[in-house]
Design a protein around this ligand. Structure first.
Ligand code: 5GP
Ligand code: ZN
Length: 117
C-alpha cells in the first residue's frame, strides 16, 4: 500500500476516491490529465507514495517519476503532434506550488501556442 496523506487530492485520485483521467500507471507512479490544462494534453505525473515536494520525495520515487514523465513526453509528441514538451516542478508556495503532493507537469508545446513560461 502506498503511503498517503489525509486531505491530499492527489492521494485520493491515486486511491480512486476522486475521478481523474488516468493515462499511465506503473508500480511507483500514476499520470493523469491536469484539470486546468495549460495546453492540450497537459499531464501530471505523481508518485503513489505521498511526498510533499521535491525536497521530501525519496530518490527512488523521484527517479520513477522522471522516467514516467519522459515516457509521457514521448507519447504526447507522437500521439498529439506536440512540437516540444516542458517538464516542470514547482517546489514550495513561493514557487507557485499549490498541491502539496509532488508532481511533474508534462506540458506539450505547439509551435503556435500562446503559453508564456
Ligand atoms: P502546482 O500549482 O502545484 O504546480 O500544480 C497543481 C496542478 O494540479 C495544477 O495545474 C492544477 O490545475 C492541478 N489540479 C488541481 N486540482 C486538481 C484535481 O482535482 N484534479 C486534477 N486532475 N488536477 C488538479
Ligand atoms: Zn498525497
Amino acid at each position: 500500500m502506498p503511503t498517503t496523506s489525509d486531505d491530499c487530492i492527489f492521494c485520493k485520485i491515486i486511491a480512486g476516491e476522486l475521478p481523474a483521467r488516468i493515462v499511465r500507471e506503473d508500480e511507483r507512479t500514476v499520470a493523469f490529465m491536469d484539470i486546468a490544462p495549460a495546453t492540450y494534453g497537459h499531464t501530471l505525473v505523481v508518485p503513489r507514495n505521498h511526498a510533499q515536494d521535491l525536497l521530501e520525495i525519496p530518490a527512488e520515487d523521484l527517479e520513477a517519476v522522471v522516467r514516467a514523465g519522459r515516457a509521457v513526453a514521448g507519447r504526447v509528441k507522437e500521439r498529439l503532434g506536440a512540437d516540444g514538451v516542458n517538464l516542470i516542478n514547482s517546489c514550495g508556495s513561493a514557487a507557485w506550488q499549490t498541491v502539496f503532493h509532488f508532481h511533474l507537469h508534462v506540458i506539450p508545446r505547439y509551435a503556435d501556442d500562446p503559453l508564456k513560461l
